[in-house]
Design a protein around this ligand. Structure first.
Ligand SMILES: [Zn+2]
Length: 199
């Protein structure tokens, strides 16, 4: 629709999650109107984030160093691991201030239609973390939708042979939704009211 570089910018922005063609166009023209220094700051932030941010070698959360801040924090309990799909879910749960254990970020959920199976997720790494009997409880906090439920059920089965309490967040979370969109109070309550998974 537009010539060269403008259309390239709109196309690239439109590839981002949650940005439709109209938003892409609006952001593109906002950028074109902005001061060159502002645009440079944005470009630098993008490139820096991609080159500097790594994933924690223990839990898979985003990290600046080898380990994320939560894994590196000695005040966090080692006996409870909360399993989530993405780093953004860690942020959502941290906001509730209900949880003082550690996390495990799977990197998604089982989704046969999207071609994502258990081997594409960090499930093997989770099992490795459970080998030395330190962990007494695993909280399955995957999203309350079909893929999240399938993932929780799969992991619960895997763990049923281990001497570990496996719990799932209480219902009350918006079904079909994303954990990150639940408000703090609802998510906090779901944490408190978590129930043991029987397999
Ligand atoms: Zn970590």
């Amino acid at each position: 629709m537009y010539e060269g570089a403008v259309q390239d910018l709109i196309d690239e922005l439109g590839r981002l999650p949650g940005i439709g063609p109209k938003s892409a166009q609006r952001i593109a023209f906002h950028i074109l109107d902005a001061e060159p220094e502002e645009v440079q700051k944005l470009a630098t932030a993008l490139v820096d984030a991609k080159s500097r941010v790594r994933f924690c070698e223990i839990c898979g959360n985003v990290a600046q160093g080898v380990q994320c801040q939560i894994c590196a924090d000695p005040r966090r309990m080692d006996t409870v691991i909360c399993v989530v799909e993405e780093s953004k879910d860690v942020v959502a749960i941290e906001r509730t201030r209900e949880f003082r254990g550690k996390y495990h970020v799977l990197g998604g959920a089982i989704d046969p239609i999207g071609g994502i199976g258990p081997n594409n997720l960090r499930i093997r790494e989770l099992l490795t973390r459970l080998q030395d009997d330190t962990v007494k409880e695993v909280i399955l906090a995957t999203d309350p939708n079909v893929e999240g439920e399938a993932t929780a059920t799969y992991i619960a089965r895997l763990l049923s042979a281990l001497p570990i309490r496996v719990t799932r967040l209480a219902s009350g979370l918006p079904v079909g939704g994303d954990l990150e969109f639940a408000d703090e109070v609802t998510l906090g309550r779901a944490f408190e009211g978590r129930t043991q998974v029987g397999v």
